[in-house]
Write a protein that binds this ligand. Sequence first.
Ligand SMILES: [Cu+2]
Length: 263
Amino acid sequence: MMGRLPIAKMFAATIVLTVVISAVMVPINWDGQGASTAAPKIDDLLNVMIVLSSFVFSLVMVMLFYALWKFKAKPGDESDGEPIHGNTRLEVAWTLIPTIIVLFGAGYSWAVLSDIEEPADNPLTVDVFSQQYAWSFGYPGKGNAYSQGELHVPLDRQVQFKMHSLDVIHSFWVPEWRIKKDNVPGITTTATVTPDRVGTYQLICTELCGFGHASMRAKVVVESPAKFQKWVGELKQKVPQPLMESVIQDTQTNPEPLSAGGA
Ligand SMILES: [Cu+2]
């Protein structure tokens, strides 16, 4: 016979374990230095997810160890376990609790994302071109000035990145900004960042894209608006014609539906 489970005690043990694990995990600086207005919001989101994950982990561990202790076979007991034919209360609980957790996580993430992507007045637009294995950048508001391997952006101004890939899928990631976005051939993808800390960072490709993937990086400089204006004004090159065409094609043609290719 199963008898009644000590649900109140198990729940209390789950809460205590959740608090202990969270107290260890949350203070750790997982993401490192932040350098955009999105960074603290994403770090908070991560901390909330850590607490929720700790709760689920604790619940499973408490039930596991309770079962190991309570229902351990006596020495010499070679009989089979009793067959069990469902438990409505348990099944409702293990459906309802994860559903609530997942819906909360989805809603909260949605709110954070729409907050981060809220368009500001007067954003700076930057075209990002990715190809095996290099990054380059165009400034459409500055006469299509073109920079290879080095991205400069002004402090405290929203930047809207328009991303283009010339070959395979790459992914744009500046860890200090927290934002990550895939660059997909044939599609213009966008990311919104407001850098709020002066400094030099690294843009890292975070989608395995071939032999040179590990070295596919670019220098990122966040500087005062005056310094940025000076730098962008001194760029000699314009965005090369083939890259401009890829921008135009990207934005004019949506990708064909998968069935259209007949594959
Ligand atoms: Cu890559």
